[in-house]
Design a protein around this ligand. Structure first.
Ligand code: FAD
Length: 566
């Protein structure tokens, strides 16, 4: 494949990324404005891509009781006081309507004898979501959306006055460069995995919690175009079953089984009794790491209390989203497991569980005119999960439809420059292999920026080394080469991950306190400091450098100068 030919698409709305948020945005746009042309660029294949590829077994954000305000109060408390209240509340107000859309798509949501959804907690219900992604994909096609599968985008296109007017990428199957001109652009490419070394090595290295092919390219595209980002330092680390990386919520919330240390002590319950309240999501991880540190790890979920029927229900529930643990649990059907080992994943940059992503307004507009975002790529609103991604897609689409006044079209010089940059690694086929660059990136981040083997802890001096080594790596990475379309994609994914790592390190340096244990732990500033750091840490990327600054917690979120980062 030569990637010499270019195909140009002109559309009203361009959506980049066909996962939860991108698919729902496409469906909603066509349902509300059937005459509007909608084009969706998807890196993989719509029917099984992104976080939903394996399926899900719970709607993690559905209010079984309480109000949207209660949801905001919970998210703010769990997030140690820093969230965008306006964004979280706007999500809370739409959550349950989004659940109804899931049923409308044909996703089974089991109900009890009274006809109510089966609650796992005040904010979570059971879903049999193995088929969720194919059902979403089918609805997108039925709505009349133009879909380009196997087409990753890597550059945004802008008019002279800075409006985002399209994107450029390539089609892995046809070998064409793709240029899409649009009147509005919505990025929904999810968060980023692969910045830190995966906890599974060798051939199992793609067995990660977050989708291994979500490289954070939407975030990188935005940064290159000048968009403002928020809260990268609030990394997300998932507490999961060891090796197969299946969700522990299925055991702890779904089957109501306790966490215990290697000696059988129920350390979570103990801490909760001691503190007189339930633990935050960070604390569940932090206290698990503490057990290891104390020599009483590894930790487990104790499933010895399950009856044979309950054990079978557990396996079935995992079949909806994590079949590999189902195999593990059924290895010896006559001898059910009594304990399942758990551990922390590597850290991710993610705005769906955490709150790292684009800085946006209530309409999901970024700081770049013409550019909207939704889902895990959008910052400021953690714990939005699947239904929150849908809600953001709806809000973005509502605003796009109400304000579509620009003409589609981008300057040809800028388009040519973007295509040249994307093709460049093909001219260096004998250059560095992306694996070499990726391994170096992950080693730097693991050892100096708080990877899992460092108990997620870091400090100023380590971060300064990370900054220096990443700068050197960025220079060398320019020599990375690609021999085919797949290689080209992987090289660009690696470039994007390096850019995100550089921004992440500056955010970690800027927050001189420990706010979210394990997600963001500074050994040199071990305490929370509300007085100086009760603020958002935001950044932009300009002329090859990261500019970091604070923003107030309350509207209008005025900028705050951050002292002495170095
Ligand atoms: C393992 C796992 C389990 C989860 N379980 C639950 C659960 O049980 N309940 C719940 O409510 N939530 C759950 N979540 C959260 C929920 O799945 C995510 O919040 C949601 O899917 C994020 O949607 P998104 O559209 O932002 O990203 P995704 O759904 O990941 O979609 C991103 C899409 O963008 C595409 N893409 C990436 N880069 C490019 C590019 N450069 N060009 C074009 N396309 C690109 C990807 O291929 C993908 O299709 C889970 C998440 C994970 C990772």
């Amino acid at each position: 494949m030569t990637f010499e030919k270019t195909r140009t698409i002109t559309t009203d709305l361009l959506i980049i990324g066909g996962g939860a948020a991108g698919c729902m945005a496409a469906i909603m746009a066509k349902r509300r404005e059937p005459k509007m042309s909608v084009t969706l660029l998807e890196k993989a294949h719509l029917s099984r891509s992104g976080c939903l590829a394996m399926g899900l077994n719970a709607v993690n954000a559905h209010l079984t009781e309480g109000t949207p305000q209660d949801y905001l109060d919970y998210v703010r408390r769990d997030n140690y006081g820093i969230v965008r209240d306006d964004l979280v509340l706007s999500i809370g107000e739409r959550l349950n309507r989004m659940t109804a859309l899931l049923e409308e798509l044909g996703v089974p949501l089991p109900r009890d004898g009274q006809g109510n959804y089966i609650a796992r907690s005040k904010r979570s219900i059971v879903m049999q979501g193995e088929h969720l992604k194919p059902l979403l994909a089918r609805a997108v096609l039925a709505a009349g959306v133009h879909v380009e599968n196997r087409t990753p985008a890597y550059r945004l296109l802008q008019t002279d006055d800075g409006r985002v007017c399209g994107a450029a990428g390539f089609n892995l199957r046809t070998g064409e460069m793709i240029v899409a001109h649009a009147r509005a652009v919505l990025i929904a490419t999810g968060g980023a995995s692969g910045i830190y070394r995966p906890s599974n090595p060798g051939l199992a290295r793609t067995k990660t919690w977050y989708c291994p092919y979500n490289a954070g390219s939407g975030l990188a595209m935005g940064l290159r175009a000048g968009a403002e980002m928020t809260s990268f330092e609030m990394r997300f680390v998932a507490l999961r079953t060891k090796d197969v990386i299946a969700p522990t919520g299925t055991l702890v919330l779904g089957a109501r089984m306790p966490q215990c240390n290697a000696r059988g002590v129920r350390y979570v319950r103990q801490k909760e009794q001691m503190l007189g309240r339930s633990l935050t999501t960070c604390e569940r991880l932090q206290f698990t790491i503490d057990e290891h540190r104390r020599g009483t790890g590894p930790c487990y979920v104790d499933v010895s209390g399950l009856s044979a029927d309950e054990y079978r229900d557990l396996v079935e529930s995992y079949l909806n989203m994590s079949p590999s643990i189902a195999l593990d649990l059924m290895q010896d059907a006559g001898q059910p497991k009594t304990r399942i080992e758990i551990c922390g994943s590597e850290p991710y940059v993610n705005g769906g569980h955490g709150m790292a992503g684009f800085w946006i307004d209530a309409q999901r507009r970024t700081t770049l005119p013409g550019l909207y975002v939704a889902g895990d790529v959008a910052g400021g609103a953690p714990k939005k999960y699947l239904t929150g991604c849908f809600a953001e897609a709806e809000m973005a689409v509502e605003h796009i439809i109400g304000s579509l006044n620009a003409e589609a079209g981008c300057a040809s010089a800028e388009t040519e420059a973007a295509l040249r940059e994307i093709r460049a690694p093909l001219n260096a086929a004998e250059g560095l292999a992306f694996q070499e660059v990726e391994a170096r990136l992950q080693k730097i981040m693991e050892e100096y920026a708080g990877g899992s083997t460092q108990n997620y802890e870091t400090s100023r001096d380590k971060l300064l080394l990370a900054r220096r080594y990443l700068g050197v790596l960025d220079g060398h990475a320019a020599q990375a080469g690609a021999g085919d379309g797949h290689g080209l994609m992987r090289v660009h994914d690696t470039f994007d991950r390096i850019l995100l790592a550089r921004v992440l390190v500056e955010h970690l340096l800027a927050r001189r306190e420990t706010r979210w244990p394990c997600y963001q732990t500074r050994l040199d500033f071990p305490l929370r400091n509300d007085f100086e750091y009760g603020l958002f840490v935001n950044s932009t990327w300009r002329d090859g450098a990261v500019r970091v600054f604070g923003r107030n917690l309350d509207p209008p979120y005025g900028p705050v100068h951050l002292e002495g980062i170095l």
